[in-house]
Write a protein that binds this ligand. Structure first.
Ligand SMILES: Nc1nc2c(c(=O)[nH]1)N[C@H]1C(S)=C(S)[C@@H](COP(=O)(O)O)O[C@H]1N2
Ligand SMILES: [Mo]
Length: 406
């Protein structure tokens, strides 16, 4: 009798997660066979992204939105940027997925299954802003290596999960705890299974905040595979690199976490401003924590034509890391004069805030609309580039759109 090798259960669940529907007869797929629908898929189909999203890299996959695509108050999956440091896991077995809490400062190392986590701990839902530390990198000079993000590496989705602090407290936190560090299931680009593509973390104070969650749902559904299915750490307001996807472990550390991309120039900036192009000593680099005040005009689309005499509603979002936004202003004269926008309260702490303004233009011709947000500690966005740093992080310059009045 002929023996057929059937596909492993783990690859089957990954295919199912990618396709978003059950594969009927999936248990009969031959080993090594990739379903046609996935073989033929372009990244937009594969990740269910809008065709106007921009692909920055395909190994690893990195994609960003454009400002006008981010007009929704809560970012839907099809407009959410993708940032991967390694290869998306191909062996997700949800039924046997576990999370281990360990490290020097855990009282008792503990391993939970996904269903234990979901049944044992209370569920919470928050809108959380995630911005890549490198968003805006493309504008720096001298240029910084890495994905040349323009303005589209930011999102604010509705995340549902359990509080990280509830799980950490369940395992027990020793008094000498300083930091947490995550482990995840993606693979290093070299394929070396002993190397993590990324393993970052946050200080205990951030780990223990109410809004720092281990999420299993995004916008009310299973998290899409590329965004961290089946379990994701979400630490809103900090560089999104702190929000580990495909989480399998959290270590409670007795020192600053020293995993991949915690050292050198990775997600670190000069502690004090430096001249563009400077070499900065390792000990003069500081880990990025709360992200700076920033805003984005999501309507109208840059380049819009407006009929003379017509007012338009300009709108967008503003966010300020751990802080709130106290004010958003707009200018149509290159920052010479500013007018207040209406500003809404956030849905919860760490959610972005919506702003709008009715804007009129005095005559026909070319204009720019600039938006400038100020945080609750009175820091405002710089009009043009902020301080240069080796990896091009934290560009929070005012967003500008072009308008033609005809
Ligand atoms: N496991 C894992 N988690 C990760 C990453 C990664 O490559 N692997 N990238 C990080 C970075 S740098 C960013 S900006 C965000 C991007 O999240 P998104 O792709 O869901 O938008 O995920 C973070 N979490
Ligand atoms: Mo990032």
């Amino acid at each position: 009798m002929k023996r057929r090798n059937f596909i492993k259960k783990t690859s089957l669940s990954t295919f199912t997660a990618l396709l978003g529907v059950d594969i009927v007869f999936g248990n009969l797929l031959p080993a090594g066979y990739v379903p046609l629908a996935l073989q033929q898929a372009d990244p937009f189909t594969l990740f269910k992204k809008d065709k106007e999203m921009k692909v920055l890299n395909d190994r690893p996959w990195n994609m960003e939105a454009q400002a006008h695509l981010l007009d929704d108050s809560i970012t839907p999956n099809n407009y959410m940027f993708i940032r991967n440091n390694g290869l998306i896991p191909t062996t997700i077995d949800v039924d046997n997925w576990t999370l281990t809490i360990d490290g020097e400062s855990v009282q008792k190392q503990k391993t939970y299954t996904l269903s234990e986590l979901k049944s044992k701990f209370k569920h919470y839902t928050y809108q959380l802003t995630l911005e890549c530390g490198g968003n805006g990198r493309s504008e720096f000079n001298p240029p910084a290596k890495g994905n040349q993000w323009t303005i589209g590496a930011v999102s604010c989705a509705n995340w549902t999960g359990i509080r990280l602090k509830d799980v950490l407290n369940d395992a027990g936190i020793k008094e000498n705890a300083v930091y947490i560090g995550y482990r995840s299931a993606d693979t290093h680009l070299t394929g070396d299974v002993d190397k993590a593509p990324i393993s970052r973390g946050v200080p205990m104070s951030k780990a223990l905040q109410d809004e720092t969650i281990l999420a299993f749902k995004m916008n009310g559904e299973d998290i899409p595979l590329v965004h961290g299915y089946p379990l994701r750490l979400v630490a809103g307001g900090w560089p999104a690199s702190a929000s580990g996807k495909w989480i399998t472990g959290i270590s409670i550390r007795d020192k600053v976490h020293d995993g991949a991309k915690m050292k050198g120039a990775s997600y670190r900036v000069p502690c004090k401003p430096v001249a563009p192009g400077s070499k900065v000593k390792d000990e003069d680099m500081c880990i990025i924590e709360s992200m700076p005040i920033k805003s984005l005009i999501t309507y109208p689309k840059s380049g819009a034509l407006i009929k003379k005499g017509r007012n338009i509603e300009v709108r967008g979002h503003a966010w300020a890391g751990e802080l709130g936004v106290s004010k958003v202003e707009y200018s149509i004269d290159y920052g010479t004069t500013w007018n207040d926008c209406n500003l809404e309260n956030p849905a919860n702490r760490l959610a972005w805030q919506h702003f709008s303004a009715t804007v009129g233009f005095p005559s026909t011709g070319y204009y720019e609309v600039w938006a400038k947000a100020t945080d609750t500690e009175n820091s405002a966005q710089p009009m043009l580039l902020p301080g240069w740093n080796p990896k091009g992080y934290l560009n929070n310059a005012c967003h500008r759109i072009a308008i033609k009045v005809v």
